[in-house]
Every structure is written in structure tokens, then in C-alpha cells.
Design a protein around this ligand. Structure first.
Ligand code: SF4
Length: 367
């Protein structure tokens, strides 16, 4: 398939691996920020092909994984109301709240619908004026423009029975929080290419300078990841800490200007809680005052719902790169994709799910 097959070419992969092996002279730990990158790395066994000195730490860039439990409980409370049609992408339906998930709300009679775009939810709102239609707007800078545009359209069209349950998070403040952590072992970042395709790269030079870390914007196919690793190795070996774009077919330094303008219009920066990490100042978006009437948390008065995490799940440590998924005692036993204890197992982009899908047999044999 065009733009996929050529980025999985085994001969080119072998050449890049040769360059990486030749350049690596000492131990180094780099974090791939995005869950999509983690999935690709584990699926293709890229970490097993790299020199032993290179450790890939799986970062917090899976949007489902970092959505706080209390936001999921708020979604469940809204979705259970008889006057509500609750719309979400499919990956959120199996994410457990503190007691159940959106599937169980649906099976109990709730009107929960999987949509492929927030604009589908807006259409449902226009077709059902006697219902309140809510879209679950989670994710990083990547998914935010479509949600912003939908709220903008709702206001323009006067669709008052539509609202957004917002839990958007931002990558640069998370990188800063990781680097500020006293347990931080990260020496470099493979930044998330799709986030940069929206926001550009301008947020990263100050971070690279302040924390003296290389940041290489990286894509998602095997050759993209190997090229990101190769450039990162060269920077670490040469003592550089620069921002490089290794994903130029999708990322321009200035980003997607119309999308950024839409984001500035509809959202404002706020503190956000990241599941497993805690609150990071100015690390998310909420609806700006001009769009506050479309905020589902206010409309349904669920902002007071607070939830504690399971004491068994160590996804916080996984998300911070402090342990690998199989080092959690519940991995593959009490916690599986069918019976997930934490969001890093339930999401297909989560590190625990990736290890369970592609590594668990190796891990069992190794025990
Ligand atoms: S294996 Fe399950 S319980 Fe353990 S950290 Fe991952 S999601 Fe949490």
C-alpha cells in the first residue's frame, strides 16, 4: 500500500539498523511519546533489533490511557441519563470506570453510539432535537481540531442540544513534567509526528534547550521509527540537544495554521490531570468562555464526581517509563485485554495491551 509498504522495506530497515549499531557506543534511554509508536515498536520487534545499550521507554502518549478515571465516570453518569445520546469513538467504550464501562451502560438501555467523527454526533443532534447529544472529546492535539470545529459549527448553526465532554491534553507540558520528575531516566524524545503535524515544532526548542535533551519528531512506520532512533543516537553520541524533524512528509515546522487558529478560537489552556501521572499545570484544553454553553460537564453538573485509581494497577509507573508492563504482577493474569484493570491494557495503543498482544508468549517462555 502506497506510503506504508515502502516505509516497512526490510532492506532499508537493515541499513538503518546497521547505522544505528555502528553509531551506538554507550547506554542510552529514549522515550517514544506516542502510543501509536509504542504499538509499532512492539508489533515489529524494533526494540529487539536495536543495540542492547538502547532502551526505549514507552511514554504517556496514548490518549485513552491518560484520560482520568473520574472523566470516564462523568461520561458514564451522563450516558446513563434517559434524555442523552452519548457519542464516542469506539476505543472508549471498553475503558472501565470505577464500576462499569460505556458498553454496560449501553446494554442497560443507555443510548451510547460509536461514531467516526464528532461531526456525526452533531448530525445526530440536529436529527434529534428532543435529545441531548454529547460527544466524548478526548485526546492530544491531534484530535482536538475536529472537536473544536464541531463546537464552532454547533454554535454557528444554533444547535443547542449538542455538547462536548472535554479532556484534551498537550504533549509539551508532559515532556516538561517527565523531565522535572526526580525519577526521570529519559535522555531523549521521539516526539509524536501526528501531534506536530497539527501544532508544528515551535514548542520544542525551548524544551530541548532547558533540559538539554534531543527531540526528534518521528513517524509511525518501522522505517520512520528507525530513522528517529538513528538521529537521536547521533545527537546523544555527539552531545547535541536539538529539535529535528524526521517526519517531513507529514510535519511542517509551522504546523497546520488553520487548525491552530480554530483551536485558539474554541479552546483555552487549563491544568489537566493525567491518569497515572497526576495534575500537570497548563497541560490541557477546555472550552473557552465563548463556548462554555457547549461544555457537557457544566450542562450535566458532573464536575464534582471524583474517583480513586485501583491500587493494583501500576499503569502510572508504566506511563512514566519506570517499569515495563510485564513487571506488573497483574500483567496477563488478573489483567488482560478481556479483563483490563487499567487503561494501558484496554486501549489498543496502550503499552500493556501491546506487550500482551505481541510479547506475552515470549515473556512466559522467558520465566
Ligand atoms: S498490566 Fe494491567 S494492572 Fe498492570 S499496569 Fe498494565 S493495565 Fe495496570
Amino acid at each position: 500500500m502506497k506510503y506504508l509498504d515502502e516505509f516497512s522495506d526490510p532492506h532499508l530497515a537493515e541499513r538503518l539498523l546497521g547505522q544505528i549499531h555502528a553509531a551506538t557506543t554507550r547506554p542510552m534511554a529514549m522515550m517514544e511519546v506516542c502510543g501509536g509508536q509504542t504499538h509499532s515498536i512492539i508489533r515489529h520487534g524494533i526494540d529487539q533489533l536495536l543495540p542492547e545499550q538502547i532502551e526505549l521507554i514507552h511514554g504517556p502518549g496514548c490518549p485513552v490511557c491518560v484520560t482520568p478515571l473520574e472523566i470516564i465516570d462523568r461520561a458514564l453518569a451522563i450516558a446513563a441519563r434517559p434524555d442523552v445520546v452519548f457519542c464516542s469513538f469506539g476505543d472508549m467504550l471498553r475503558v472501565p470506570g470505577s464500576g462499569r464501562d460505556l458498553f454496560s451502560v449501553k446494554s442497560a438501555g443507555g443510548d451510547v453510539r460509536v461514531v467516526y467523527s464528532p461531526l456525526d454526533a452533531l448530525r445526530i443532534a440536529r436529527e434529534n432535537p428532543d435529545k441531548e447529544v454529547v460527544f466524548f472529546g478526548i485526546g492530544f492535539e491531534t484530535t482536538a481540531p475536529a472537536n473544536a470545529m464541531t463546537v464552532h459549527q454547533a454554535r454557528r448553526l444554533g444547535v443547542r442540544n449538542f455538547s462536548l465532554l472535554v479532556s484534551h491534553v498537550l504533549v509539551p507540558p508532559a515532556i516538561a513534567a517527565i523531565m522535572e520528575s526526580p525519577t526521570c531516566r529519559v535522555q531523549a524524545f521521539l516526539a509524536a509526528g501526528h501531534v506536530c503535524s497539527v501544532m508544528g515544532t515551535s514548542a520544542y526548542p525551548p524544551l530541548a534547550e532547558k533540559y538539554r535533551v534531543p527531540i526528534v519528531v518521528t513517524g509511525f512506520e518501522p522505517l520512520d521509527i528507525l530513522e528517529g532512533v538513528r538521529r537521536t543516537v547521533l545527537q546523544l553520541e555527539e552531545g547535541r540537544h536539538e529539535v529535528e524533524n524526521a517526519y517531513p512528509r507529514a510535519v511542517r515546522d509551522e504546523g497546520n495554521l488553520p487548525a491552530m487558529e480554530m483551536l485558539r478560537d474554541v479552546f483555552e489552556v487549563t491544568d489537566r490531570t493525567w491518569r497515572g501521572i497526576g495534575t500537570i499545570p497548563r497541560s490541557g484544553w477546555r472550552l473557552a468562555p465563548a463556548y462554555a454553553e457547549f461544555d457537557a460537564e457544566n450542562r450535566f453538573d458532573v464536575g464534582a464526581i471524583r474517583t480513586a485509581e485501583s491500587s493494583l494497577c501500576r499503569s502510572g509507573e508504566v506511563l512514566q517509563g519506570l517499569i515495563k508492563p510485564h513487571e506488573c504482577a497483574a500483567f496477563g493474569t488478573r489483567c488482560t485485554p478481556r479483563t483490563p484493570l487499567g487503561a494501558t491494557m484496554v486501549s489498543s495503543e496502550g503499552a500493556c495491551a501491546a506487550y500482551h498482544a505481541y510479547r506475552r508468549l515470549d515473556l512466559v517462555e522467558a520465566k
